[in-house]
Design a protein around this ligand. Structure first.
Ligand code: COA
Length: 577
């Protein structure tokens, strides 16, 4: 089928559906919802069988839905309507939620129902649920709906009108900040966490810290036995601030100070640097209880053969200091007598490369970009040079740009089918990229394919990545299943009879590669290009980063997504309205 994605932005869900439907053999193009006339032009040019709207903030114009089949993905159960579907579900503690695919009509979210799915809710942020459970359910719904299009066209199947479908969902308004308000003298920890998770990653919860207005994000349960007044800030750890509740405490990882010079989301201890410096530090040991919040964590299998190092950096963004801490952790765990070391990233993202928000907030964006990429390269080098054991990058969440190449630094890369990979940098203002990608990518794909992939700028499913050899394995039915199987697989690797031979072969290959061209040479060449990106005359990277960090809506659809706008595009005759 020819499918036009109509999107507010090409977000995680759009990317995942795009990559999956492309793999299913559909003919796809994308148009950003900028203006009705532009959408009309795109529909006329691409002549799609279906217009698919996985993430829209406005209604599809009647000039489109009266002429073409338009399917809208709504992140809510049957009957649920409104722009804050997931926010309400998280805040009100729903134990089960869902996704519905409806046919667009004159009323938002009120069209006939083509497919729906339900899933159990998890104690996680809205953004995390959206990326994982909503993504899985939406993909199943969209595939089911597309499979029905032919039958619908021939009058053999009809979608179910909302009034007939019933369901306990209902129309709910946009959630406002008054609905999200935290009363620190009354709300218990569970309520505070529910409110903060419902607003994460957007729009956050409006509040005050140290007497200043700000929005709060990235909340985690803190220790229960904390002294102090409810609402008081009592300690700091990494970028987070510990805040007392009536019956315990919560860690607040990120804040946005709207009235400050840098009104963007930042680690709480950076946004309130002077105030946070006065708080006592509660350092996090690398090995600690599972419910004790912190970015880095290490554990070993019961037999001590496998080490698991996780780095749950918020949004997968890795600032200079975070890279330094990760590098130090790698050195620390490399001293352990494990045979396999697994890098498990974070639960939502494995890594998204350098920390664009912290760079934006720095006094000199160019200097901080440089510091950050050098620190990222050091982490990559530390992984590449671990020559006495096997290393695995186990992707529990998606990876992009430098984060993707960081994964390739490991000997093996494993992921589950929900993971999306963006193994390219050019979307960020034609950034050249480093992280030894010029060594790591051709090593896996060969030079031609590597060039093609880097220039293609498109997302890839984990299954697709495994098929072309970018990663080694894609398995598991979802994130939880992947986690269990990944651990078993790593243990199997450590117990394999040929492990010593594999480690030897790996060391020999590294030595041969080093002799052919030293790692330092790859790094120097890449960094010379990056220096030009950061300090040169062309400001594209700085402009793209500014727009990304400040979330400036796109004013056109990038050519690599809008196939119908590419030179030479001709619509193929025969699509059915
Ligand atoms: N630095 C800082 N923040 C980042 C980030 C980065 N490298 N990558 C992602 N984020 C943030 C986004 O700003 C967003 O923040 P929010 O919580 O305030 O909304 C959040 O992570 C999720 O990103 P979003 O773009 O909404 O998610 P997505 O799943 O739709 O897209 C990516 C994921 C990775 C494709 C997209 O975020 C991206 O292109 N990131 C930049 C990658 C990059 O160029 N890195 C630098 C070069 S190494």
């Amino acid at each position: 089928m020819r499918i036009l994605f109509l999107v507010h932005d090409f977000n995680s869900l759009g990317q995942r559906l795009h990559a999956e439907l492309a793999a299913d053999g559909h003919d796809l193009s994308v148009e950003f919802d900028i203006r009705d006339s532009v959408t009309e032009e795109a529909v006329a040019s691409f002549a799609p069988d279906v217009v698919l709207a996985p993430f829209l903030k406005r209604a599809i114009p009647a000039s489109i839905w009266t002429k073409r089949l338009c399917l809208v993905v709504h992140p809510g159960i049957v009957g649920d309507r409104g722009p804050s579907a997931l926010d309400w579900a998280v805040q009100q503690g729903e134990i089960e939620w869902g996704v519905t695919v409806l046919q667009a009509n004159g009323e938002i979210d009120a069209g006939d129902i083509w497919a729906s799915r339900r899933f159990p809710m998890r104690a996680a942020s809205k953004a995390s649920l959206y990326r994982r459970e909503v993504g899985d359910a939406a993909l199943a719904c969209v595939r089911e709906a597309l499979a029905r299009v032919d039958a619908w066209r021939h009058g053999c199947w009809r979608p179910i009108p909302l009034a007939v479908a019933g369901g306990r969902g209902r129309l709910r308004p946009l959630m406002r900040q008054v609905d999200r308000h935290i009363d620190w003298r009354l709300d218990d920890t569970a309520t505070v966490l529910a409110k903060l998770r419902a607003g994460d990653g957007f729009p956050g919860v409006a509040d005050r810290l140290f007497g200043e207005t700000c929005h709060l994000y990235d909340a985690h349960p803190g220790p229960p036995d904390i002294a102090g007044e409810p609402g008081a800030c009592v300690a700091r750890r990494e970028g987070a601030i510990l805040r007392r509740t009536v019956d315990g405490s919560v860690w607040i990882g990120h804040v946005r100070r709207k009235d400050s010079d840098v009104p963007i989301k930042r680690p709480a201890t950076e946004a309130f640097a002077a105030q946070a410096a006065l708080l006592p530090e509660r350092p996090a040991a690398l090995v600690r209880d599972h419910d004790d919040h912190g970015e880095l964590r290490y554990e070993e299998s019961a037999d001590g053969s496998v080490g698991f190092l996780s780095f749950a950096f918020y949004n997968g963004a890795m600032g200079s200091e975070q890279c330094h801490r990760l590098e130090a952790a790698i050195a620390q765990v490399a001293a352990r007598p494990t045979r396999v070391l697994v890098f498990t990233g974070g639960p939502d993202f494995w890594s998204n490369g350098i920390h664009l928000n912290r760079i934006e907030a720095a006094e000199s964006a160019a200097d901080e970009s440089w510091r950050n990429i050098v620190a990222m390269d050091d982490v990559c080098a530390a992984i590449i040079n671990l020559s006495d054991r096997l290393t695995v990058a186990a992707l529990r969440g998606s990876a992009a740009a430098g984060g993707c190449f960081l994964a390739l630094a490991a000997d093996q890369v494993w992921a589950h089918p929900g993971v999306v990979l963006n193994p390219h940098y050019r979307n960020m203002g034609n950034l050249y990229g480093s992280e030894y990608w010029t060594y790591l990518l051709p090593r896996r794909l060969g030079p031609d394919r590597a060039r093609q992939l880097a220039g293609g700028r498109l997302p890839l499913t984990a299954a697709g990545a495994a098929e072309i050899g970018l990663i080694d394995a894609c398995f598991g039915s979802g994130a939880d299943d992947f986690e269990d199987r990944m651990r078993a697989r790593a243990l199997g690797l450590a117990a394999a009879g040929d492990l010593a031979a594999c480690v030897q072969a790996k060391a020999a290959r590294r030595a041969a590669d080093e002799a052919a061209k030293p790692l330092a040479a790859y790094r120097d060449e890449e960094l010379a290009q990056m220096h030009r990106n950061f300090y040169g005359f062309d400001p594209s990277y700085h402009v793209a980063r500014y727009r990304f960090v400040h979330k400036i809506p796109p004013s056109w659809t990038p050519r690599h997504l809008a196939r119908h706008r590419q030179p030479g595009w001709r619509p193929v005759a025969g699509s059915a309205p």
